[in-house]
Design a protein. Sequence first.
Length: 145
Amino acid sequence: MTQHREVCHVAHPDLDLARTLADVARGLLRDFPGQQDDRQLQTRYHRLAIALELTLKSYLIVRGHTDEANRRIGHDLRRVAQVATAEGLTVPSALYDLIEDTHPFFMRGGFHREYRTDWQRHRADRAATELDALLTGIAAPIGAR
């Protein structure tokens, strides 16, 4: 009986997929809804969490990870950051703060079911700035927008 070996890295990364993930992440960083109330700030955090996930997964694709390997990570922000760091990416502290702020909420679908009032606008602003810089560094070499 032969055993199936999981493939995590490939010699020729799917740069089209990496560009697509980066482009979608960039779109999520643009045109945030207004921040007049806590509900809109919660929407901003949700978009930041998704943009972070896609940015890190784009990096992993560039590093040779397969789409299937990324799918096995799922929406686990802590895990995707850990894997990206192991692959050589320096994740800024503001993005670790974003992970700590959003991970439990993100993992249990809270953004669609619960309403929080304790989001902090200054932490979202810092995370957005750091995420934009990280995304630019990942996207530019592969020709993403």
